[in-house]
Design a binder for this molecule. Structure first.
Ligand code: ATP
Ligand code: MG
Length: 445
């Protein structure tokens, strides 16, 4: 993409309504524009990152054997009356009526809709296990939408639902989700720690929230520092193996890590003092096994092996796709702007032409651009007629991990400059070598 042909409405001023750094940078980098409280338009740069995050979520869900689909945003109130949640949900639910006076709502989540689909089409245990998911916009009329996309009213969520014959099978689905989430967040350059959360009115130990540590997080968290040394990495995992998934769950949840809702001072005191941490975190996902709550209320049963009808065991598992942009920026920035992890960057590499209009510099930039495209990469070429300082400031703000700087002086010596946004370190090297190096960094991503 050439910047002169792109739509990147960068703001010079820091918008006064933004209280936290990710919100400020998303507005300043022209990624989002507020449409009304807690509701945003995704401008091209923000949309690009959102799509990359979605893509990673899809890939990891499919890898775990979960099946993508798409349910609507508007739902009929009738299903929610069946589960009993229509009245319980309160003012967070946006209710509308259609021209016939039918009660509808903008879905805050999808347990009812998916359970209805399940009961309409599945009648035998032989069709289990089954895990369906979608990535769809949700609406929750939050009392205090704030921090930009972090706590929006309209937000994008991946929500998945497992249907299993027995509790044990459903717990395997739970563990599988835990593993797939660890992989998902790591691919985005994030450490998200599974922490024991509150099961709410349903109770039970089977819920974990995934938290990204950040001072601006809304949750207070308590954990054993050892947990931050754990990495899933690129180890292979057989998602069908009950033992393998269970082992990962044990590895990642055996140390103390809880949100304030489940925090227990007495148990926490057993962690050696030097390792006890109290901090803040951003909830970027949650997994939940809730048994037969919805299947019983809504008659989602299957014929079991012995012929009897039994309600299925279910769980639901969410990832805050749009919130993740904020969380990633909170965890990856400096005073000049965003620093995208390679896994989610909107463009792989920036090209800055120090002397636009100079025949040699223009030609060198063009050929760099073509060479990067030839490697399957997407560069962003700043071809504006602007001072170098302004170009660097824009590149730093929008946070592309790599920048190639081209100027007449370097070209005389046959070199360009390759700079890492994260370390600020630069090296001079021939243009072909710079392309090869950037291509190698992204190989396999
Ligand atoms: P919170 O406690 O932050 O209100 P929640 O526990 O109500 O979230 P879930 O129902 O668990 O949310 O939804 C799954 C994920 O969706 C959350 O882990 C979070 O990442 C994301 N999410 C929830 N509410 C919002 C929101 N208002 N704006 C953006 N993302 C959200
Ligand atoms: Mg939650």
């Amino acid at each position: 993409m050439r910047l002169t042909r792109y739509f990147l409405p960068v703001l010079r001023e820091t918008p006064s309504e933004a209280q936290i750094v990710s919100h400020r940078y998303m507005l300043r980098a022209g990624m989002i524009k507020q449409a009304s409280a807690g509701i945003y338009s995704w401008l091209p740069l923000g949309y690009k990152v959102l799509r990359r995050i979605e893509q990673i979520v899809h890939e990891e869900q499919v890898r775990a054997g979960h099946i993508p689909m798409l349910m609507p945003t508007l739902q009929s109130a009738d299903l929610w009356r069946e589960s009993g949640r229509y009245d319980d949900y309160g003012q967070e639910m946006l209710r509308v009526s259609d021209r016939h006076g039918r009660d509808m709502l903008y879905g805050p989540t999808n347990e009812e809709l998916i359970t209805d689909i399940f009961r309409s089409h599945v009648s035998s245990y032989k069709d289990l296990p089954l895990t369906l998911y979608h990535i769809q916009w949700k609406f929750r009329d939050e009392i205090r939408p704030r921090f930009g996309v972090m706590r929006g009213r309209e937000f994008l969520m991946k929500d998945g639902y497992n249907f299993d014959l027995t509790k044990d099978d459903a717990l395997h689905a739970y563990n599988r989700h835990l593993v797939s989430y660890l992989r998902t967040y790591e691919r985005m350059g994030l450490q998200a720690i599974p922490m024991r959360a509150d099961g709410g009115p349903i109770g039970g130990d089977y819920t974990h929230e995934f938290l990204v540590l950040a001072d601006t997080g809304e949750s207070e968290v308590f954990y054993d520092a050892e947990i931050t040394d754990l990495k899933f990495g690129d180890r292979a995992i057989d998602y069908d193996s009950v033992e393998a998934c269970q082992a990962v769950l044990e590895e990642f949840t055996s140390r103390y890590a809880r949100t304030d809702e489940t925090h227990d001072e007495a148990v926490f005191a057993e962690v050696p003092e030097a390792r006890r941490r109290v901090a803040r975190g951003i909830e970027v996902g949650q997994i939940f096994y809730f048994g037969t709550k919805y299947s019983e209320a809504m008659g989602a049963t299957v014929q079991g092996p012995d012929g009897a009808q039994v309600p299925v065991h279910m769980g639901s598992h969410g990832i805050g796709v749009s919130r993740l942009l904020g969380a990633i920026i909170e965890a990856n920035h400096d005073e000049n702007g965003i620093i995208w992890p390679e896994g989610v960057t909107p463009f792989h590499c920036g090209i800055v032409n120090l002397k636009q209009g100079d025949d040699d510099a223009d030609a060198a930039c063009e050929s760099l651009y073509q060479a990067l495209v030839g490697k399957g990469l997407e560069p962003l070429y700043d071809d504006r007629n602007e001072r170098a300082g302004g170009k660097f400031a824009t590149m730093d703000l929008i946070g592309l991990p790599w920048r190639i700087t081209v100027g007449p002086r370097g070209l005389k010596n046959g070199v360009v400059e390759l700079t890492s946004r994260r370390t600020g370190e630069s090296e001079e090297l021939p243009p072909e070598a710079a392309v090869a190096k950037v291509a190698a960094i992204y190989e396999g991503r």
